[in-house]
Ligand binder design. Sequence first.
Ligand code: 5GP
Ligand code: ZN
Length: 128
Amino acid sequence: MSTQAHTPNHPHDPNCIFCKIVAGQIPSRKVHEDEDILAFHDIQPWAPVHFLVIPKRHIPSMAQIGPDDAALMGRIMTLIPRLAEEQGCNPYPDGGFRTVCNTGTEGGQEVHHLHVHVMGGPRPWSRG
Ligand code: 5GP
Ligand code: ZN
């Protein structure tokens, strides 16, 4: 896997589907975008609300994050409750949402660009 500079702040992998979404080369239904983070609806939702939150920078998985990523990961996690509410998840405690970050093959990860799934809405869900 090669990584090259896309912009100074967002090195990207030319073969990575989520880097292509960040670059606008593959369309997505965006939920949120800022300088470092993108959130977009999952193409195959498991739940009435199902979106993914990703760093724009190509980080393959949570196995690669280190101390320098603490602020970024903190921002991703603190963004999630606000986006979940905006997307129609019902309020805690009767509503709520599920966050999942699959890491590696045994962790169930299929797309190797770090992403947090956020799922919510009334049950039953198709999976999960
Ligand atoms: P993983 O199994 O790696 O945790 O989850 C990858 C997720 O990415 C899956 O839920 C899958 O539906 C979603 N996905 C894969 N390709 C695309 C795409 O091109 N666009 C969007 N919006 N989601 C995608
Ligand atoms: Zn990527």
